[in-house]
Design a protein around this ligand. Structure first.
Ligand SMILES: [Zn+2]
Length: 265
């Protein structure tokens, strides 16, 4: 599904269908349709949390995943065009930023917030954004550089649907929520998001197999720095909790929480 959503990297329907046919032929099963999957829903419901909660910082509701499947199947089987959404409103002189290699003048703190926002955008999840001393819930869409050289996040307020842009260097905190949004514009932040998938593992077959296979061994590493002793730790999940450890002088450290530093791919 992520492959389908990422407009830039989406393969053609024919290619995807071809791969699916080959996989099914190899296992001697018929190419599934959405109707064939329907009876499996209760089983999937039971496993959904177990399968994914270790791999994602926030678990998207199964309903949203499920509801997107007919459109994906329809697209794959019929070659029907994918609905194209307009880009969110753009200020004068603003240039979209699609690379994740950001200039050094963007503070470290903002970089980690951007990673969180990218993750949320790729999964159509709202973000609670702390900015100007208060928190608002937003739908993240784009990252752009203004004519003045500032980086701004383009977003809609989740409550009013109004467009807002936020200076990246002024973002105080960003938290992924479990609230899904139905995009009203093209989500531009996904193309280099952390959840890109190799084509052969991203087919709408039985979802659980695909999801488990694609994230288990090739996920990024999240680096956290102990807030007490300053040692850094590599983690497979976006989770800042730390086990008991020793500081650099070899004495036990009471720090149990790491601040996010960066993501290694
Ligand atoms: Zn420590």
């Amino acid at each position: 599904m992520n492959l389908y959503r990422h407009t830039d990297s989406r393969p053609s329907a024919t290619v995807l269908l071809d791969v699916l046919r080959q996989k099914c032929a190899y296992k001697a099963i018929a190419v599934p349709t959405f109707q064939v999957l329907v009876p499996h829903r209760p089983a999937l419901e039971g496993m959904w949390s177990d399968m994914l909660s270790h791999q994602l910082p926030v678990l998207p509701p199964l309903n949203d995943f499920w509801d997107a499947l007919p459109e994906i199947f329809n697209w794959m089987m019929s070659g029907a065009p994918v609905p194209q959404r307009a880009f969110i409103q753009r200020g004068i002189g603003e240039v979209p930023v699609r690379t994740r290699l950001l200039p050094m003048n963007i503070p470290l703190r903002s970089r980690s917030d951007l990673e969180i926002i990218r993750f949320a955008a790729a999964n159509y999840l709202c973000v609670d954004l702390a900015y100007d001393g208060s928190v608002r819930r937003i739908e993240p869409y784009s990252l752009r550089q203004t004519a003045e050289g500032n980086y701004v996040l383009g977003a809609l307020r989740s409550d009013s649907g109004e467009y807002r842009s936020y200076r990246v260097d002024r973002i105080q905190a960003a938290t992924v929520t479990s609230q899904v949004f139905a995009p009203r514009y093209a989500v531009e932040l996904t193309s280099t998001g952390p959840l890109t998938v190799a084509p052969s593992t991203a087919m709408p077959r039985l979802p659980r197999i695909r999801i488990a296979a694609r994230t288990r061994h090739q996920g990024p590493t999240y680096v956290y720095r102990c807030t007490v002793c300053g040692r850094t730790f590599n983690k497979k999940r976006m989770d800042g909790s730390l086990n008991p450890h020793k500081n650099r002088r070899g004495s036990p450290c009471y720090g149990r929480y790491g601040a996010y530093v960066r993501t290694k791919y």
